[in-house]
Design a protein around this ligand. Structure first.
Ligand code: ATP
Ligand code: MG
Length: 394
């Protein structure tokens, strides 16, 4: 008996003429990720993707875990291919394969689907036959069609039939690479990895920029950020992290500008630098982890001042979320524990005692003009380095 993984996709089904492109992108992404789990074939038929182990080295548990993190899949299940595409074959496989999956359940029901309409039995009759086979194999189980502990499914498709129990929730969203590329401003905090995850879920391929301020920020702080990027790749695929030093800019700000505006001025430098590196790398938007009102630089007017420094759209998927909601996602994606390690960030050195929460753009620009903005931006970009963080299978 051979175990497959059957994947169902969600929103892609709603795509009209472009649907084939989205499907191809999803299959491509699955093939890449499964290449780390052994030899599998990935094929698509009638809105289902079939993942089939091709030899004894194919690790189906590892494949299951990889599939759970692929955006574009709404649900998936482990399924046994019936010995033959006949009523007897389906019942025999159900009786062999399902008892283990039904351990712990007291009640079940069977639902059948016939994509192959030439199959001799109707869905209701087939469900009844499969139910009988399961009851013979597990005499303690009872059928409950209203609220069963487990729903068993028998699916008859063109040339093959499958039985399975217990559908798992997929990662949802759209396959990474089906939208354009965007530049994530990645700090060592909780919010920005979550923001990156949320945009990758909409199909965006991520590039990232991290700002540091050595020696005010340490080597360890940078390593923490690269570790966060590495953890994110389980969902997003590989990420190039551009590391930019803000040390000179921050020292100049401290020397020449009004302290109340430090954070805002710094954030405008960050946006401008990110925007230019984004353009050079084919990105169409910036992404930040900002959440309205979280800190002084995230009031509506402060965000207006920083937005004015960018030429491309700025996506802030956490903008309407509470910290507790962001933390929940960070825990789910596995970045939280790393994010809370206490290392300094360039935004937390040289912080003003009285930051402006209702800044006027004209006053911020007047402060900005005290420095040679263009020269400092160019110098920072010229000194940037790139860390290529590869997809991490586990
Ligand atoms: P947290 O709020 O959980 O401490 P954070 O990453 O959201 O972490 P904030 O100070 O709220 O930190 O920064 C707001 C946003 O600005 C971040 O989400 C991130 O997108 C960007 N940002 C802050 N510091 C950096 C940095 N050193 N490098 C790159 N982007 C940064
Ligand atoms: Mg934050």
């Amino acid at each position: 008996m051979k175990e497959f993984i059957l994947c169902k996709y969600g929103e892609i089904i709603l795509k009209g003429a472009n649907r084939a492109t989205f499907e191809a992108q999803l299959v491509k992404e699955l093939r890449f990720r499964l290449s780390f789990c052994g030899n599998f074939s990935v094929t698509r038929s009638q809105s289902v993707i079939y993942i089939e182990p091709l030899d004894g080295d194919a690790d189906i548990d590892a494949a299951d875990e990889a599939v759970s993190r692929v955006f574009g899949i709404i649900a998936y299940n482990r399924a046994a291919q019936a010995e033959s595409c006949t009523v007897e074959g389906i019942c025999k496989t159900a009786a062999e394969y399902l008892p283990e999956k039904l351990a712990g359940a007291r009640t079940f029901k069977v639902e059948s689907k016939r994509a192959d309409k030439s199959f001799p039995l109707g869905s209701i009759e087939l469900s009844r036959e499969v139910g009988g086979a399961i009851l013979s194999a597990c005499p303690k189980l009872r059928v409950d069609v209203h609220s069963p502990d487990v729903t068993v499914r028998a699916e008859v498709r063109e040339g093959a039939a499958f039985v399975h129990a217990g559908q798992k929730k997929g990662a949802g969203g759209m396959p990474v690479g089906s939208s354009d590329r965007a530049m994530l401003l990645l700090s060592g905090g909780i919010d920005s990895p979550v923001a990156g995850y949320m945009m990758a879920k909409r199909g965006v391929r991520l590039e990232a920029v991290h700002f540091e301020s050595f020696p005010y920020t340490s080597e360890r702080a940078r390593e923490k950020v690269l570790e966060l990027a590495s953890l994110m790749t389980k969902y997003t695929g590989g990420i190039n992290v551009h590391v930019v030093s803000l040390t000179h800019i921050q020292e100049e700000l401290a020397k020449h500008c009004n302290e109340d505006y430090f954070t805002l001025l710094l954030r405008r430098y960050m946006m401008t630098i990110a925007d230019r590196i984004a353009k050079e790398n084919g990105c169409g938007a910036l992404i930040t982890g900002e959440s309205l009102g979280q800190v002084a630089s995230q009031t509506m007017s402060a965000l207006g001042v920083t937005d004015a420094a960018a030429t491309m759209p700025v996506f802030r998927p956490c903008i309407g979320m509470d910290k507790a909601e962001i933390v929940k996602i960070a825990e789910h994606i596995g970045t939280f524990e790393t994010s809370i390690q206490p290392y300094e960030d360039c935004c937390t050195v040289f912080t003003p005692r009285h930051p402006r929460t209702k800044p006027e753009l004209s006053k911020v620009l007047a402060e900005e003009q005290k420095l040679d903005f263009e020269a400092l931006v160019a110098e920072a970009i010229a000194g940037a380095t790139v860390e290529r963080i590869k997809y991490r299978p586990n």
